[in-house]
Design a protein. Structure first.
Length: 381
């Protein structure tokens, strides 16, 4: 989430937007935000916000002349909705997963929020619960196609795990948490290792399942073939060193991991959940496996590993797909347009109503120019 927010904020046009951030606590993320020149405040953000948080968010919005709140995650949406109602400012909420809950629908309905979903599944759920179509947008996540690129040299990862350059390497990248399915990845590794014992497996990331996964690895007798390398600063180099990404998430919207890997020319075998089917073009940029069915995924992994030519073709197609459909700059333009239009609509609606009341005696009207907006965005995490 922090990566998404930082990518978004640092690419917003500074001539059009000034950003103030509200976060739940101090962290390396808030430090990074300040290093990038943003005003950052902290206050508790919970499902049931306390009055001091609501009042604080409202006062900060007045202080910085906020025109629109942009919330990320349900708790932030709740706080933004309450503060926005106090200062009469609109709310845009980004839904980052594949589910749109009844809880968030309640917030959306009462606040009149505009929703941005990153996959069609959440979009359909929002419509099904009754959110008007004009207040829901689908904007997939995007990737920096200049940072994540294919290159000839793919040696850095293999040097890191100390395997020969010709070794086939399969990767997992993400939080080592149940939702992301790292346990399914290890089961796939066990299956593949039985057939192709020279293949190596890399787990990139950290999480609360790390110890459990290491024990599973020992039980499967895979210690020599599975490498836990934590998070890496240069993720592009890691993706380039993979022959194949195996994406085992049990629930997801638009996966940044998959987009980054594909941009580096790495094809994927991915479980068909949420927005994954909107990223992977089956049999073109990768293969889709049934959700949670690790045996199905393992068979597809073996099929691809047996055909080096197909891997190369899919890798090139994956890169082309990202360039065409998931360029980060284009996604930011679309999101910025939603924020701008939401702020302008609210601003003009309020001004027309105010003028009608004041001018009811003579029928006069006022036309407001877009430049009247200060274009300030409040970011609530």
């Amino acid at each position: 989430m922090e990566k998404y927010v930082l990518n978004f904020l640092t690419r917003l046009p500074v001539a059009d937007f000034s950003v103030t951030c509200i976060c739940p606590y101090e962290s390396t993320f808030t430090a990074t935000l300040r290093e990038n020149g943003y005003a950052v405040y902290v206050t508790p953000i919970s499902d049931d916000p306390v009055w001091r948080s609501i009042q604080f968010a409202a006062e900060i919005s007045l202080l910085h002349k906020i025109d629109v709140f942009h919330a990320h995650m349900p708790k932030a949406h709740t706080l933004a909705a309450l503060a926005g109602s106090l200062v009469n400012k609109p709310v845009v909420s980004s839904i980052h997963g594949m589910h749109f809950s009844s809880y968030e629908f309640g917030v959306t309905r009462l606040a009149g929020s505009h929703l941005i979903t990153n996959c069609q599944e959440a979009y359909g759920q929002a419509l099904g619960l009754g959110v008007p179509a004009e207040r829901v947008s689908v904007i997939h996540n995007g990737v920096d196609i200049n940072l994540f690129t294919p290159v000839e040299s793919k040696d850095e990862l293999k040097r890191l795990i100390d395997v020969p350059a010709e070794t086939k390497v399969i990767g997992f990248a993400g939080r080592l948490a149940h939702e992301k399915g790292p346990d399914l990845f290890l089961r796939i590794a066990k299956y593949v290792n039985y057939v192709m014992p020279d293949v190596h497996f890399v787990m990139i990331g950290q999480g609360d399942m790390t110890n459990e996964l290491r024990k599973m690895c020992a039980q499967f007798e895979l210690e020599k073939n599975v490498h836990f390398i934590g998070w890496q600063n240069d993720m592009a180099a890691m993706y380039r060193g993979l022959d194949l990404l195996v994406y085992t998430s049990r629930s997801d919207g638009t996966s940044l991991v998959m987009l980054e890997a594909m941009a580096c020319g790495c094809p994927a075998v991915a479980m068909d959940v949420g927005g994954v089917r909107e990223i992977v073009e089956n049999r073109s940029t990768g293969l889709l496996a049934a959700p949670v069915q690790w045996e199905d995924a393992a068979i597809k992994v073996l099929d691809l590993l047996a055909d080096a030519g197909q891997l190369r073709v899919m890798g090139a197609a994956a890169r082309a797909c990202v360039e065409k459909k998931f360029d980060l700059n284009e996604k930011i333009k679309s999101t910025a347009n939603v924020l701008r239009q939401t702020a302008l609509y609210s601003f003009n609606s309020q001004s027309v109503l105010h003028n009608s009341i004041l001018s009811s005696g003579n029928g006069g009207s006022i036309s407001l120019d877009n430049s009247a907006l200060e274009n300030v965005v409040g970011e609530a995490r």
